[in-house]
Design a protein around this ligand. Structure first.
Ligand code: NAD
Ligand code: DAU
Length: 343
């Protein structure tokens, strides 16, 4: 099987590339990534000399580059490439619409031109954030109406609808996954868990938004990779599959877990001004993928978190390399003028 992975140098994409290479001796991977601030080829150092993996630097919005990479030899496109950070989408929505909506349409259009509708599958890696925010109870199902609240989630929901249209109108073999929050190795330290680990290690304050009681459903990235692999091979064309970890936690619980694991003081916690439009709670009903495709998460949250924190400890060089350079400027921009308040 030959797979075009877009965004395969990012957090989940690189974990997915490593997962496929480990699991499938016959796999061929073409990894297509623009190497934005979030793309890091260090993530793939272990497979640098593996002939089953080839990297191509390219932008999914560039028709010519996409046409060159996506030819008739490709059996499946697994589409991770995106702008993925909600806070960045609040600072500058434009790039989110360009990459996440237009980039997705460029890929779909290329598949339409190729015309091999029954043998070139497109896996749209979407997010639970397209559903919006939940109250204290209930969970998102695949039929929950879309209600995105941030420019990021609006761009992902728009891309999902474009996928739906290409399936219904042109007959493309599209399957969409909507997953909850991931954690694990190689996550860029702008996201909650790696940011808090990195700050705790340096004994810098840990910026918790609002009252810290927003809830996310955490899933280890390896579990997400097995779910996407399952959907790529066995998912029903045109369907949507929710993916979740059954691990709802308040942000403050996650932050305290990290501090306790690292034996650092809770005094480092700093409640700061809330994220604008901050979704209160996400929870996933993943019974469809379990019942239809037999997928269930395997990694318990406490075990997965312990391993993840230890991974960042053991890969201080990776963290240093990512935390230097562009990331520092970004950090100042995001947190420099975020005043402290009492949570
Ligand atoms: P990430 O930001 O770590 O990686 C994104 C990758 O896409 C980077 O390698 C980047 O270089 C690449 N990219 C960005 N713009 C590009 C372009 N124009 N052309 C080609 N490549 C480009 O993101 P992630 O956290 O790994 O998320 C991957 C996908 O999974 C995204 O589509 C995201 O919406 C989705 N998702 C993420 C989570 C999560 O918790 N992180 C949960 C559910 C779904
Ligand atoms: O639900 C899936 C989504 O999860 C993905 O689609 C996104 O790509 C991914 O970024 C993630 O979005 P979140 O906004 O939930 O993740 P983030 O790590 O940015 O924040 C998690 C929670 O922690 C959220 O409630 C905001 C809060 N937070 C985050 C940061 C960065 C803080 O309290 N302080 C922080 O510094």
């Amino acid at each position: 099987m030959k797979v075009l992975v877009t965004g395969g140098a990012g957090f989940i994409g690189s974990n997915f590339v490593l997962h496929l290479l480990e699991r499938d001796p016959e796999i061929e991977i073409l990894n297509f990534d623009a190497l934005t601030y979030a793309g890091n080829l260090e993530n793939l150092r272990a497979v640098e000399s593996d002939s089953r993996h080839r990297f191509v630097k390219g932008d999914i919005c560039d028709h010519h580059a996409v046409a060159e990479a996506l030819d008739e030899s490709i059996d499946a496109v697994v589409h991770f490439a995106a702008e993925s950070h909600v806070d960045r989408s609040v600072e500058g929505p434009g790039i989110f619409l360009r990459t996440n909506v237009v980039g997705t349409q460029v890929l779909l259009e290329r598949l339409r031109q190729l015309g091999h509708l029954d043998r070139q599958r497109f896996v749209m890696v979407s997010t639970d954030e397209v559903y919006g925010s939940l109250g204290p109870s209930g969970a998102f199902t695949e039929t929950t109406p879309l209600g995105p609240n941030s420019p990021y989630s609006a761009s992902k929901a728009s891309a999902d609808l474009v996928c739906r249209a290409y399936h219904h109108t042109f007959g493309l073999d599209v399957v969409t996954t909507r997953c909850s929050n991931n954690y694990g190795p190689f996550q860029f330290p702008e996201k909650l868990i790696p940011l808090m680990i990195a700050n705790a290690l340096e004994e810098k304050s840990l910026p918790v938004y609002g009252d810290g009681r927003n809830v996310r459903d955490w899933l280890h990235v390896r579990d997400h990779c097995t779910a996407i692999d399952t959907v790529m091979r066995h998912g029903r064309s045109g369907e949507i599959y929710n993916i979740g970890g059954n691990s709802e936690r308040e942000n403050i619980e996650v932050v305290r877990f990290i501090l306790d694991h690292l034996e650092k003081s809770h005094e480092l916690i700093n409640y700061v001004t809330d994220r604008p439009g901050h979704d209160r709670r996400y929870a996933i009903d993943a019974s469809k993928i379990r019942d239809e495709l037999g997928w269930e998460p395997q990694i318990d949250f406490e075990r997965g978190m312990g391993e993840t924190i230890d991974w960042y400890l053991a890969h201080a060089d990776w963290l240093d390399q990512v935390r230097s350079g562009a990331y520092r400027g970004y950090y100042e921009q995001m947190y420099g003028n975020r005043g402290a308040h009492r949570g």
